[in-house]
Design a protein around this ligand. Structure first.
Ligand code: PLP
Length: 443
């Protein structure tokens, strides 16, 4: 299906990019020397405004959780849109209630309450509001290299300095180790030693904290940070230090939720020893591209806010109808199982490519959330230029992948969870060629 529109013309990207640059902020990140306009998608593929077709190995930006233009989601959205786009959060919304019931059950948090937002940032902002109000403390623990969004409070606690331009946060943030595994002082440690070192660091930081601490916020696998993957159980070990001190655990599942990591429905479940988190935040994939986020918390934590509150567009009829259809499809088709199976095959294939490429230092991640860390050829030095070159060459070959890491040197692979074996093989093949092309260009 290639719908040619009036924009389907050579040079259309350059023209639009010039207009984009003239009116959008300089700091708005785009990919590629010549950014592209995606006009439509189907399944795991998308098409650009110049008529090129791509296999989407980044699932939008981990937003297309099931598939592009999934008929079940499109139908739910258009049926709802035809009835009413928006009424008000002052009235009841049947699909929001049903979605909240499902998410509350799936969350693993006892007596859970769900609040819908329009983004991951707003979800984390709300989580911070809840945690600081509940504990009457404005000190927060976060992981080094983390990313939690772009509002004033979310940027303030973000540990990845490439994404946190301000230090004027209203919160006091204490950063602990645990975010970056493969580099730095703990790089040579075993899983058990790494966990012990991070726990010791946490205890040290808490010993120096000025008064009480509200919460630890952590991504179970860091997204923007380059899919850095801690040993299973690390966050549970943290929890055992935090819980006796009344410090809450916020799990940021914006990238790791809904079965993407294969083994588990939520990222926190790889750390489950000490039970569920107090607060869970989600966004991205639940809406399959619709702007939805949310917070799940124990009732006593959620209900600690006593003033009136509202989100005008959070949990709106169209987004909740689409998200409900998307979640139903995901569960009925066992896409978590697919993420585990296809993710395992893809990880093995990427590891064998890595073994022959002097650009690749490490393949990591879980399920269909896989990172490929790139270095200057044959060295240990992070190579953002290699990542940029691979992205360009992959796009030329018909594959879209993401990029991340503190130095921008990690390829991020997170396709829709319906990815097939043939598509995994096709994408890996294009990536292998792109690594070869990039290497030739760098030498
Ligand atoms: N938390 C994590 C882990 C993210 O990766 C992101 C976005 O990339 C956010 C929060 C912010 O979400 P949004 O861009 O929807 O505001």
């Amino acid at each position: 299906m290639t719908a040619m529109t009036e924009t389907s013309a050579p040079g259309s990207h350059a023209t639009l990019h010039a207009r984009h640059r003239a009116v959008m902020p300089d700091w708005l990140t785009t990919y590629y020397q010549q950014p592209i306009e995606i006009t439509h998608g189907e399944g795991r593929h998308v098409w650009d405004a110049e008529g090129n077709r791509y296999l989407d190995f980044f699932g939008g930006i981990l937003t297309t959780m099931t598939a592009h233009a999934l008929p079940e989601v499109t139908r739910a959205v258009s049926d709802q849109a035809a009835r009413i786009l928006h009424s008000s959060t002052l009235y009841l919304n049947r699909s929001a209630v049903e979605l909240a019931e499902r998410i509350a059950r799936l969350s693993g948090i006892p007596d859970a309450r769900v609040f819908f937002t329009t983004s991951g940032t707003e979800a984390n902002d709300t989580a911070l509001l809840l945690a600081t109000t509940y504990t009457r403390s404005n000190q927060v623990l976060a992981l080094r290299n983390s990313y939690h969004g772009r509002s004033f409070s979310a940027i303030g606690i973000t540990g990845n300095t490439a994404w946190s331009p301000t230090s004027l946060s209203p919160l006091q943030t204490l950063y602990v180790h645990g975010g970056v595994r493969s580099r730095g002082p703990y790089a040579h440690l075993t899983d058990a030693e790494f966990t012990a070192a991070c726990v010791a660091d946490l205890e040290d930081v808490l010993g120096q904290a000025n008064g009480s601490v509200a919460a630890l916020i952590a991504e179970p696998i860091q997204g923007v940070g380059g899919f850095t993957t801690p040993p299973d159980g690390l966050l549970a070990a943290f929890r055992e230090v935090l819980a006796p001190r009344g410090i809450l655990w916020i799990t940021d599942e914006v990238q790791t939720g809904w079965g993407r990591t294969g083994e588990h429905f939520w990222g926190w479940q790889a750390h489950a020893r000490s039970g569920p988190p107090d607060i869970l935040t989600f966004a991205k994939g639940i809406g399959n591209g619709l702007s939805m986020g949310g917070v799940v918390a124990r009732a006593d934590v959620m209900n600690c806010l006593t003033a009136n509150s509202i989100s005008t567009f959070g949990g709106s009829p169209v987004t909740t109808a689409g998200a409900l259809a998307n979640l139903t499809y995901l569960l009925e088709h066992d896409l978590q199982g697919n993420a585990r199976r296809i993710g395992g095959l893809l990880a093995a294939r990427l590891s064998s490519i890595a073994a022959t490429s002097p650009l690749v230092r490490e393949v990591r991640g879980r399920g269909l959330m896989l990172g490929v860390e790139l270095v200057e050829p044959g060295t240990d030095e992070p190579s953002p230029r290699a990542a940029a070159a691979v992205l360009e060459a992959a796009r030329e070959g018909g594959l879209l992948v993401g990029k991340g890491g503190r130095e921008g040197n990690v390829l991020r692979i997170a396709p829709p969870l319906t990815l097939t074996v043939a598509e995994a093989e096709e994408g890996a093949g294009i990536l292998e060629d792109a690594l070869r092309t990039a290497l030739a260009g760098l030498r």
